[in-house]
Design a protein around this ligand. Sequence first.
Ligand code: BGC
Length: 443
Amino acid sequence: MNNGLKGQSHHVADIKMFPTFVRSLPDGSENGEFLALDLGGTNFRVLLVRLQGHEIDIQSKTYLIPQRIMLGTGTQLFDHIADCIGKFVSEHDLLNHSLPLGFTFSFPCQQEGLAKARLSKWTKGFRCEGVVGEDICELLQEALKRRTNCKVEIVAVVNDAVGTLMSAAHVDRNCEIGLILGTGCNACYMEYLDNVGTWKHDDEKDHHPRQVIINTEWGAFGDNGCLEFTRTEYDRELDTFSINPGKQVMEKMISGMYMGEIVRLVLERLANEGLLFRSVDHESALFERGRFYTKYVSEIESDTDEFFRHTKQVLDELQVENYTTEDCKIVKYVCTLISARAAFLAAAGLATLINRLNKQDMTIAVDGSLYRFHPRFHNLMCLKIKELVKPGLKFKLSLSHDGSGKGAALTAAVSLRLRSLKPLPTDSSQHSLTTQETVSVRA
Ligand code: BGC
């Protein structure tokens, strides 16, 4: 983490520790009507968020991003997004409204302003050509111009971890860490600017507190080989067949996009060695890559008696025949090992941040399907964090609802308020926020 923060070592560091332009947390006085976008999980969502202090009304619609678009060109991706926004805006009768938009874009980005973020690499299932190195706000704004006639202006781009933190901090002043355990895995926290060697945007007239939210991008921990001592043959096989081999090593050991597949690889080997499902048919989906979903792990681990109702349901879905109760026990045991390892790794990362911040009482806002639906993840993490934090530090993991939508809207709200305090730009090329602008409300 220190390497990522330092100017001299940032370019070679795996954990990038990107400074966002979010400099302080919301205070509950944010108002207005905003569009928010959420791109980066399994689905793409458009949201209409109405903020009035602590009251928030959200309407949203989920759109599918077909795989051909996830692996197509950037233009196709942003045109698709713009089309969805166009439909949403006209369905909500908002075509003539000027709407500010907060964009939750959950990929590693080097931010140059609150509404200027260059993609540093794709992660999870995405690999769209021509986007790495580009400003994603500009790409979206151009697509909106090309494909719609809505009056939408992107005023902030945030990572989902940052959105989660912003949204939780809106109601809990002790919250200074945001964590995502979903399709991917990542964390962010509030850091003092004096520790951020890569921060080059200081302004003499800047009255913000000297701190900024850091998007750690810790999913890339291990990309330099430092986790080899604990990776297994299953991790290596999963990596080889992924679309980004060698990248996001820690994320691949933790997050929802990969956990089911690791379990499947273990079960496959046990079956091939005759230790499980003695008469399994190789046509079964158990032998197909990507067919053992992480939601199965959560379902299987929620079986608490000898009837193995969920486990049997999953095995039936995978067309495994003639399994025994002993097989069900083994399948569940494998799931518990893989999920406990994931929870402990995530806990190790979190404990590092908690120790670094060194505050007496700390709330960690958590979002993501893995954390939300897995029956033991929360408890396993708490157990491990307790072992790893400095004595006397108290912490609470708190599920955050709709961090992506609400967080993006809150960040947008704050940025607009900030803008209204500044002289209006004189030339249209300065239409979006300049690189010096940051979000601060609590100061
Ligand atoms: C991305 C992060 C994101 C995380 C959770 C990772 O793959 O690199 O930016 O926060 O997934 O969605």
